[in-house]
Write a protein that binds this ligand. Structure first.
Ligand SMILES: *Cc1c(COP(=O)(O)O)cnc(C)c1O
Length: 378
């Protein structure tokens, strides 16, 4: 129940990838037939990934994952457009792959506005409008948050950015393959995807870049991927991402409905049966499998370790920051008092989770909260 941290490679994905390690291992840049065969697989993969998000194949660039796609977007736009302006708008609840790049750019003469979110984790389009300036070159707002699951009004923000001729990037790592994502509907110019969050392999992702977008490459070398991302192409990875995208599209609708029902059942159970508990994030504008729970007078870490002993994997804060003792930047941005940030649990359900899993989690959670509260009350 920690699918937002990563997901297993689907058997169909592994099967599609295997020949590209051993039989079709050519370098996609080689001119001989071995290379051409790899190139064909790579281009077929590009077409499938484009299909998942309503893009054209030539607008898809393979990368090593979400982190690299985010870095390329921000640095690539900043470097190329610095003569036009040095102002960037983002939100305070972005993934570190955005926030840390923004901090770095601030040290290099750029100015960044970090928009707040409301109690449910939403960025307000009105705030975006107010923050837009003549020297704004880029807005980067994630499609859905990895901790609290809140889905942002990207379409509205896209209209505002387009009116002002400002580039819009969205980190869609948590949404691609989970809910419908269409680059034209959203009105984005750049969009990040990672394979391992959608039942593909780790170490491969993609960046969508709308045709005509002015950006610089941050990786110099042999000029692969249209010169934007040098480095011998990861053909098995690209084939895996493409197969994962196809599968995700096929089962998206029923899987969304199934996970939403499991999520809501779990949420209702907790609110009804565990006193002083609440849900972090938006009640309905959230990822189907995501439930972020808060419990007063219990440490999230204690609950996590107790559930782990029962064979249940969940996270607290976020997977990346759980080693730090302070509450996650996302929970703090919701305006929760610090004490309300500590007893948080992120449950992210996925393909393998069943109704029985939810029953088991419910009884284990009930037991865990009661136990830790009775200890702390003594
Ligand atoms: C996981 C994640 C990333 C990073 O992707 P990697 O492929 O692991 O580098 C970026 N953004 C969000 C929202 C994520 O959940």
């Amino acid at each position: 129940m920690d699918h937002s941290a990563t997901s297993p490679v689907a058997p169909e994905v592994l099967e599609a990838m295997l020949p590209y390690f051993t039989e079709v291992y050519g370098n996609a840049s080689s001119l001989h037939s071995f290379g051409r065969e790899a190139r064909e697989a790579l281009e077929a993969a590009r077409e499938k990934v484009a299909g998942l998000i309503g893009a054209r194949p030539e607008e898809i660039y393979f990368t090593s994952g979400g982190t690299e796609s985010d870095n390329m977007s921000l640095k690539g736009i900043a470097l190329k457009n610095r003569e036009r302006g040095r102002h960037i708008i983002t939100s305070s609840i972005e993934h570190p792959a955005i926030l840390e790049v923004c901090h770095k750019l601030e040290g290099q003469g750029f100015e960044v506005t970090y928009l707040p979110v409301d109690r449910e984790g939403l960025v307000s389009p009105a705030d975006v409008e107010e923050a837009l300036r003549d020297d704004t070159i880029l807005v980067s707002i994630m499609h859905a948050n990895n901790e609290i699951g809140t889905i942002q009004p990207i379409q509205e923000i896209g209209k505002l950015a387009a009116e002002r001729d400002v580039y819009l990037h969205t980190d869609a790592v948590q949404t691609a393959g989970k809910i419908p994502v269409d680059v034209d509907r959203l009105g984005v110019d750049l969009l990040s995807i990672s394979a391992h969050k959608l039942y593909g392999p780790k170490g491969i992702g993609a960046l969508y870049v709308r045709k005509g977008t002015r950006m610089e490459s941050i990786t110099q070398g042999g000029g692969h991927e249209g010169g934007l991302r040098s480095g011998t192409e990861n053909v098995p990875g690209a084939v895996g991402l493409a197969r994962a995208a196809e599968l995700a599209e096929e089962i998206m609708q029923p899987e969304m409905e199934r996970l939403t029902a499991l999520r809501d059942r779990l949420g209702e159970f907790v609110l009804e049966n565990i006193p002083d508990s609440w849900i972090n994030g938006h009640p309905v504008r959230r990822l189907p499998g995501n439930l972020n729970l808060g419990f007063a007078r219990v440490e999230g870490e204690s609950l996590l370790l107790f559930l782990d002993m029962k064979g249940i994997a969940v996270s607290t804060g976020s997977a990346c920051s759980s080693r730090k003792l302070e509450a996650s930047h996302v929970l703090r941005s919701l305006g929760l008092p610090p004490l309300m940030c500590h007893g948080s649990l992120r449950i992210t359900m996925g393909r393998s989770n069943t109704s029985e899993d939810v029953d088991y989690l419910q009884s284990s959670l009930l037991e865990a909260v009661e136990r830790f509260r009775s200890i702390s009350a003594r």
